[in-house]
Design a protein around this ligand. Structure first.
Ligand code: FAD
Length: 496
């Protein structure tokens, strides 16, 4: 099989790359190893941060790429240098990406505030992140992109000093090669599910922790490394505890995310009372949700299924959770903390569509995770724990110096002593995504160890992250779609 451009991966970056290349006049084949497209993109919350949008203008917000560029470093941990050139590529081009997604049929809600961004610029997809894939796949097929599913790229093929194709496994066609006249774009996602890569690049606790997307095997990065590329920020990842996904998704999740349904929904939601809006949007929840770090820094504790504390709750990754009974825990707090987490800026988690979910959103919309009782003993009974264990845990915690084996002292956190008592959970540990990407230049060409472009090889999304720091909400998807769109256009123009 022959094409001008071959795209490896059918998530957000891969679909954007395929469409970008096709719109620039190339004949495109997209390879996706899974039976359906989507990748981590389809499992994400779905927020995207962009400036100069029609949504911002409707709310009277004047915002620019320059301000976005200046605000992004406010999220950085100070430990890793950023790639300023790629940050410029993102902030200059994500406004067009946002318009482009809208033209493809994607509807958004917002914008919402997200400090330390100085302006509200986080937009959330309606009704959830599968809508990106639904609309981009339709667009790609309509434009004539040839999409092969269950087609796993195995190895890059080179000839005449350039990348000239991809060898793949696809049923009986194992070892077949798709030739790429102009270039190959790696958009095969991260390595959150690759135990060996995580062990080598990050460490043991992360290596043995379950990934949110079990098919993020890091193939694109591996193939880039095999041809002399290098990985930047390989040790960075996003992970930690998450609420488990609903066992029975709402009937709303079965509705197609088509524009004829979502445009009126978006308009109605702008006028509807907020409780109704929140109920409607939380009904679409298909993704697992992350409890905010502030819940723990403000005093909530983590107990295992026996009602015992087992770790310092305020660390980025509570690795000890993996070794607790059934690998699950509950977040426990009192009425004083509960009262605070009913409103901005104290949210329990971000959530698709509504941007932030508060305690009462969980009570109304996730009764499977929400527990409240007048006493600690009653809460324990509700959770199926021995009441004496949970009481002993809270008593020990409330005495400043007191602690149980493995857990930290309370320190300056408030005592948990005001009824009612709450528990949210179960929660489990997950690795959401890894943040290491191949080194690329501003044309998304993969660079070799000497910093020279590897002819015919491009990377986008997680594969082409190139040392760009994407902390905060909505930058990873912004990068996936923007770098994909641009890589597609650059690859199409290569030797054309
Ligand atoms: C729970 C969760 C919530 C998130 N929420 C947000 C959010 O709200 N906002 C935000 O900006 N970011 C969010 N992110 C991060 C964001 O989803 C990812 O960074 C982004 O989707 C990566 O896109 P991608 O196209 O690079 O990879 P993916 O979407 O993972 O696509 C890669 C594709 O390549 C395929 N593939 C892999 N190997 C091969 C192979 N050998 N051959 C062929 N195909 C292959 C995969 O099956 C997959 O379909 C979230 C992540 C998680 C886990």
């Amino acid at each position: 099989m022959q094409a001008d451009v071959v795209v490896v991966g059918g998530g957000g970056a891969g679909l954007a790359a395929a469409i970008g290349a096709r719109q620039a006049g190339a004949d495109v084949v997209l390879l996706e190893k899974n039976p359906i497209l989507g990748g981590t993109t389809a499992r994400s919350v779905g927020s995207i941060s962009a400036t100069g949008t029609a949504h911002q203008r409707r709310h009277g917000i004047a915002d620019t790429p320059e301000e976005h560029y200046r605000d992004m470093p406010l999220f950085a941990d100070g430990k890793h240098p950023d790639n300023d050139e790629l940050r410029r590529v993102l902030t200059d081009n994500v406004p067009e990406t946002f318009r482009w997604l809208g033209a493809a049929g994607v509807e958004f809600f917002g914008p919402s505030e997200e400090p330390p961004h100085t302006k509200p610029r986080m937009h959330n997809v309606l009704p959830n992140s599968r809508a990106y894939i639904f609309h981009l796949e339709n667009t790609a097929r309509r434009l004539g992109v040839r999409i092969l599913t269950q087609a796993r790229a195995r190895r890059l093929v080179t000839s005449g000093g350039r990348v000239s194709g991809v060898e793949l496994d696809r049923g009986a066609a194992a070892g077949a090669v798709v030739e790429a006249g102009r270039g190959v774009i790696l958009a095969a996602g991260d390595y959150a599910a690759n135990v060996e890569m995580k062990r080598a690049l990050i460490g043991e606790a992360v290596a043995i922790t379950e990934p949110t997307n079990p098919t993020s095997t890091g193939d694109g990065i591996r193939m880039g490394l095999e041809l002399g590329g290098s990985i930047i920020n390989g040790e960075r990842y996003s992970g930690g505890i998450r609420f488990v996904a609903p066992t029975k998704p709402s009937w709303l999740t079965g509705l197609p995310p088509s524009r004829w349904l979502m445009r009126p929904a978006g308009l109605a939601l702008r006028r509807a009372p907020s409780a109704l809006v929140r109920k409607f949007l939380m009904g679409f929840l298909t993704t697992v949700l992350v409890p905010s770090a502030r819940l723990f820094s403000d005093g909530a504790i983590l107990v295992n299924a026996n009602g015992e504390r087992f770790a310092e709750e305020r660390q980025k990754m509570v690795a000890e959770l993996a070794y607790q009974p059934s690998g699950v825990a509950y977040i426990v707090f009192d009425g004083a903390l509960g009262e605070r987490f009913m409103r901005w800026p104290n949210f329990i988690s971000t959530a698709p569509g509504i941007a932030y979910a508060y305690l009462d959103d969980y009570e109304r919309n996730r009764p499977d995770l929400f527990h409240r009782a007048r006493s600690v003993e009653a809460l324990a009974r509700d959770l199926g724990m021995d009441p004496s264990h949970l009481s002993a845990t809270l008593s020990a915690y409330n005495e400043t110096a007191g602690t149980l084996a493995g857990a930290s002292p309370r320190g300056d956190r408030p005592a948990l002593a005001a009824p009612p008592y709450y528990a949210l959970g179960p929660v489990k540990n997950f690795i959401n995504f890894t943040d290491g990407g191949l080194a690329v230049n501003t044309r998304l060409q993969v660079l070799d160890q000497a910093g020279a472009p590897i002819a015919g090889l491009y990377a986008a999304g997680s594969n082409g992250q190139g040392g760009l720091l994407l902390d905060g909400h909505g930058h990873h998807l912004g990068w996936a779609f923007t770098s994909g769109r641009l890589a597609g256009a650059y690859a199409a123009a290569n030797g054309a």
